[in-house]
Design a protein around this ligand. Sequence first.
Ligand SMILES: Nc1ncnc2c1ncn2[C@@H]1O[C@H](COP(=O)(O)OP(=O)(O)OP(=O)(O)O)[C@@H](O)[C@H]1O
Ligand SMILES: [Mg+2]
Length: 252
Amino acid sequence: MAEEKRKTVIELQNVKRYFQVGSETVKALRGVSFKIYEGEFVTIQGTSGSGKSTLLNQLGCLDTPTSGEYFLDGVAVRTMSKTERAHLRNNKIGFVFQNYNLLAKTTAVENVELPLMYNNKYNAAQRREAAVKALQAVGLGDRLDHKSNQMSGGQMQRVAIARALVNDPAVLLADEATGNLDTRTSFEMLVLFQELYRQGHTIIFVTHNPEIAEYSSRNINLRDGKIREDTINTNIKSAAEALAALPKPQDD
Ligand SMILES: Nc1ncnc2c1ncn2[C@@H]1O[C@H](COP(=O)(O)OP(=O)(O)OP(=O)(O)O)[C@@H](O)[C@H]1O
Ligand SMILES: [Mg+2]
């Protein structure tokens, strides 16, 4: 199958994550296996407590599984040291969080330059150039020197996406990236994610909003720490069309 020829960016093999709370064992992940191929836009869904954040923490190398294997871009993660994992994380993963996680009172360019500070391939001028390019790509070329507190929620999320992309990661991990935004701004963000998908970026988007799955290429549904459903979306809706169909905001 054509599917098999694509490059595997992420592979989970029977990943379990148990937490010991007092005398009780909480089984947050009970054996999760999947492959994510280069260029997929995957939504991960499930009700509260189904294990989404726990799974994202595994994928983001922020936590290690109790058992099972995780390969990120062909590299076995479980046996790595903390330092090695941090290095892998900095190089291979771009994070986008619900709360943006930008440095306050810091300009857009400075926020986006941050991940490159640990990358000795970039000098100061090259850092700035890469940050400006990333901000232009998310439509913020005219807000380069605005500080975080001088921007709207949607603009802050664009800065966060530019920061996630500046290092050219293997995968973009988003955790409820539209969770704090109003409907219109959420759709603007989805338009951007669909653009990144068309450009070939690999995206994993965790959300408990089922509507968002209509805009991704594949949806993984979790229940009680296991995969309940893993479906390819053959009829991806256009976020741009949905945005255009929304009632126009009042002109002033
Ligand atoms: N550090 C921890 N210690 C103990 N139990 C935990 C820990 N982290 C998560 N859990 C438990 O694991 C299960 C899955 O939690 P998780 O946060 O992954 O769910 P979620 O799908 O992200 O939920 P939500 O939609 O509410 O964010 C829950 O029962 C939770 O209580
Ligand atoms: Mg969660």
